[in-house]
Design a protein. Structure first.
Length: 256
């Protein structure tokens, strides 16, 4: 794996020498910041109202009222942001013709794949770390529960890892970045809403749809519950997509 680090550095630098990372960060933080502001403002209004209504104060919880909806909404925002980060990973190399040079060099396909995937994950981790300012700010004026917040970030990390793996796979199948972004968004959206029809799909198919749903598995993390089944779901999805991407790269070698 000696070639992993050079590929990782090159790919990471390419994100910040182009406007992609900055645009994604800006859009993401503006949307999340607005949602946080709306949530904390509504919570503040309820807190003032509870001064005259003790019964209302019993149900107030900044973690449940502000951060749980915030992190659930962040999962939805990732449906839009992840395709923008992953669309160029292999599609750009294919369009420019540099993929042939990359694959004909004495570099293993797995090194190319992991280097690009790790660079995209690093960009995503920075994006998550920037949102940690919101719970940090709230500790100055309230007492949010650390457990559910940490579990939510674990869920967002796993969710993002699986979304990036899906985007990497799609990007390896086309040389058009717009197509890669559109197809990735379609797959992610399907995984997000697939559980909506579980209630009328019958017991067998309903159970399967719930298991395939990215929403159902993420909700437990937002509640502060870390279930091994949810962790395994995201890890399996990520590994499976990376495996298919590797097969896609190897097939290009075979075709010459």
């Amino acid at each position: 794996m000696r070639n992993f680090l050079p590929i990782f550095k090159k790919e990471l630098a390419s994100y910040f020498t182009s406007p992609i990372a900055y645009i994604v960060y800006c859009m993401f933080l503006i949307i999340v910041g607005y949602l946080f502001y709306s949530g904390i403002s509504f919570f503040s209004i309820l807190s003032f109202q509870s001064l005259n209504n003790p019964n209302l104060a019993q149900g107030l919880n900044v973690t449940e009222g502000v951060f749980r909806p915030l992190y659930l909404n962040m999962g939805v925002i990732l449906l839009l942001m992840m395709p923008l980060l992953t669309m160029r990973l292999f599609a750009e190399e294919k369009k420019s013709g540099t993929i042939e040079l990359l694959l004909t060099n004495p570099i293993r396909d797995v090194e190319v794949l992991l280097g690009k995937y790790a660079a995209c994950m690093a960009v995503y981790l920075v994006m998550l770390l920037l949102t940690a300012l919101f719970p940090a700010f709230t500790t100055l004026v309230g007492s949010p529960e650390a457990g559910p917040i940490l579990s939510s970030y674990l869920g967002l990390l796993l969710l993002g890892a699986s979304f990036i793996a899906i985007g990497t796979l799609v990007s390896s199948l086309t040389e058009n970045q717009i197509i890669a972004a559109a197809v990735t968004f379609g797959i992610l959206l399907l995984l997000w809403v697939i559980s909506w029809s579980a209630s009328f799909a019958g017991p067998t198919w309903g159970t399967l749809l719930l298991h395939l749903s990215a929403t159902e598995h993420f909700q437990n993390f937002a509640k502060g519950v870390v279930d091994t089944q949810d962790v395994i779901y995201y890890l399996n999805l990520s590994v499976f997509c990376l495996f298919l991407t590797l097969r896609s790269l190897e097939s290009k070698r075979w075709r010459g």
